[in-house]
Design a protein around this ligand. Structure first.
Ligand code: ADP
Ligand code: MG
Ligand code: ZN
Length: 622
């Protein structure tokens, strides 16, 4: 990758290392000092010394702990010869010297002793400090912001543009909408004047949201590569550290550095690790550390006013629903960019990018591979290409062949099964008709938003496909017909399965649940049943409207009333079911046509979808 990484070595780490080195040196000196300064008299064996004493040749002796220095009797006018020897444990020596009339004394302590003594006092503490520092550094710091050794320095990595191939938008495919949004950010970083001149305020925070492996981190790096500005990257999980207070000091430090280098990008990967909703912190009353870190992040984001330093905060998460709502308020991460799993053409484009890195055989058909891999995210596709290349190499092929891809798909799918669903052809077909059923019934009944998108790309664990309806206006009240329309739409999926396959799968259980809940609320909460009248049969009226709230516990009612409620609910649901079936039966050809098209492209949206759905004919009663 073309991006160079410059890890910052914290200052205290360097200090600790110097301390260690110096104390080590002192220790060595201390050991060898006596030896170093002990030049001088020639050394002789102890036995020779004793012999010379006995012969009466020695005039004076100076007995030290480590050394005995002695002088021979001067002959003639020549200077007296001095020798040294190493003492052994010899209690007889003084007696012998006295006998022979040798002048002797103990050696005074050597002159440099004060120095070594000092060292022996100073070095051990130094070593301990060194070791302490070392472990602190490994433990991720401590002591908080007031720490004298500036512990808690940001671990953010600074990416700067490398000369070799950097990551650009050309390396990212299949997420066109996200790219369009981010191109705008890059434009702003490059030519801020163009925007500020007309008074446009650029978003401070952009949150990339999407399932794992769809290229969020990659997109952020591409933004940095395209904009050519410094890029501070830190992962949310790195924030959550052992020592209280360090997380928040990291955030502060990160933004300090960023402001100095503006214009620049701060990228917080896996934001959910720190941005978890403060209320959902679980049994132990919350994680103080995380909360402080989050608060610090909010403070920092509010801190830099629009206009002065151009610091854009990019963040990524695959669990936006767990994020603290405070993070999503205007002025913070007010822009959210969906990075979804790629559709058919997107997958082909991603395969093309990654296939450039391997040698492809002539028979390889990337489109066919893309068709076989619904639900694969970018990372899965990158992995697939690599897996195929490995297989080709194992089979001693020069180039990757189509059959390598076929085998690789099987392997990757086996590994993926736990993560996300990969559907077989039959399942895909059922899901396609199911979703088209929702869309067509939704198009003909009131009370639903406009159908904007139908997709058979699996999302997460639960949904195999989905129909996206967006409200055309804000609705606060709904009438009975609209609620019945909603129920019919919910049943549209199952109805389509019934008509086309003459059988029912388990896929519709969530639809049925929601339809039944809605019908029950109509009867027990909204008083929409003629039989039961305008009575509330639920306890405590909560805001259980417009599809959100669950059913409240029923008021204590008589057995008869309870039966009546059940039969009314059943009536509403069954009527809606009939309505849905009728719509689809009378538009059977269109159902086939749209489903066939959906199977081909996997996603139909926007104008194209509106055109198709406008052809749905209202039910005629004959
Ligand atoms: P995320 O951060 O969304 O979990 P990453 O950006 O880490 O996913 O993706 C991992 C790798 O998968 C990337 O480095 C890239 O090789 C590949 N990849 C993912 N999405 C795409 C994409 N849209 N286009 C090209 N490659 C992709
Ligand atoms: Mg990532
Ligand atoms: Zn459904």
């Amino acid at each position: 990758m073309g991006i160079k990484e410059q890890p910052k070595l914290p200052r205290f780490r360097i200090v600790a290392n110097i301390l260690l080195a110096v104390s080590g040196l002192f220790l060595l000196l201390n050991l060898f000092l006596p030896g170093l300064f002990a030049s001088g008299p020639a050394g002789v064996p102890y036995s020779l010394f004793i012999h010379q004493v006995q012969e009466g040749e020695v005039s004076r002796v100076s007995v030290g702990q480590n050394q005995i220095i002695y002088q021979l009797k001067a002959e003639n006018a020549e200077p007296a010869q001095v020798f040294a020897t190493t003492p052994i444990f010899d209690l007889e020596l003084p007696k012998l010297l006295e006998e022979k009339g040798v002048e002797f004394a103990a050696t005074p302590p050597p002159k440099n002793t004060w120095f070594t003594t000092l060292l022996s006092w100073v070095i051990p503490p130094l070593i301990f400090i060194g070791i302490w520092q070392f472990f602190l550094a490994r433990g991720g710091g401590g002591g908080g912001p007031q720490g004298a050794l500036s512990i808690g320095k940001s671990k953010a990595k600074v990416y700067v543009e490398g000369e070799s191939a950097k990551i650009t938008f050309a390396d990212v495919a299949g997420v066109e909408e996200a790219k369009t949004e981010l191109v705008e950010i890059v434009d702003f970083l490059k030519t801020p004047a163009r925007f500020t001149q007309i008074g446009a305020r650029i978003p401070k925070g952009v949150l990339l949201v999407g399932p794992p492996g769809t290229g969020k981190t990659l997109l952020a790096k591409a933004v940095a590569g395209e904009a050519g500005v410094p890029f501070f990257s830190i992962s949310g999980s790195e924030f959550v550290e052992l020592f209280v207070g360090v997380g928040s000091s990291r955030v502060r430090d990160l933004f300090e550095q960023a402001k100095k280098q503006a214009p620049c990008i701060v990228f917080i990967d896996e934001l959910d690790a720190i941005g978890k909703s403060r209320s959902s912190n679980g049994f132990y009353g919350g994680n103080d550390e995380r909360e402080q870190t989050l608060n610090q992040l909010l403070t920092e984001m509010d801190g830099f006013a629009a206009g002065d330093a151009t610091v854009i905060v990019l963040a990524a998460t695959n669990r936006p629903e767990t994020l603290d709502p405070a993070l999503l308020r205007p002025g913070r991460f007010d822009r959210q960019v969906l990075v979804d799993r790629p559709d058919l053409s997107g997958r082909e484009a991603i395969l093309k990018i990654h296939a450039q890195k391997v040698k492809l055989g002539d028979d390889v058909n990337l489109k066919a591979i893309a068709t076989r891999t619904p639900g694969f995210a970018g990372a899965d596709l990158a992995n697939l290409v690599n897996e195929a290349a490995l297989l080709a190499a194992r089979n001693l092929r020069e180039r990757v062949a189509q059959e390598d891809f076929a085998e690789a798909i099987e392997r990757v799918v086996a590994g993926l099964e736990k993560k996300s669903r990969v559907m077989n052809e039959t399942e895909k077909k059922i899901v396609a008709y199911h979703e088209v059923g929702h869309a067509m019934v939704g198009a003909l009944t009131t009370g639903n938003g406009r159908v904007e998108k139908i997709s058979i790309i699996p999302r997460g664990m639960a949904a195999l496909g989905y129909t996206l309806q967006l409200p055309t206006e804000d609705r606060f009240l709904m009438n009975e017909a609209e609620l019945r329309g909603q129920i019919a739409t919910l049943l549209g999926g199952r109805s389509a399965e019934e008509i086309v396959f003459n059988s029912i799968t388990t896929g519709a259980s969530n639809d049925l649940q929601r339809a039944t809940d809605l019908a029950e609320r109509m009867v027990t909460a909204y008083g929409m049943s003629k039989v039961l009248g305008p009575l509330a049969y639920q306890q405590g009226q909560q805001a259980a409207f417009l599809g959100n709230g669950g059913a409240n516990p029923r008021r204590a009612v008589s057995e008869d009333t309870s039966k009546a409620i059940d039969s009314e609910v059943k009536e509403i649901v069954e009527t809606a079911h009939e309505q849905a079936l009728e719509i689809l039966r009378q538009n059977r050809d269109l159902l086939e046509a749209i489903a066939t098209q959906l199977l081909e492209t996997e996603v139909i949206e926007g104008e194209k979808l509106h055109d198709l759905l406008s052809q749905v004919k209202p039910v005629t009663h004959s």
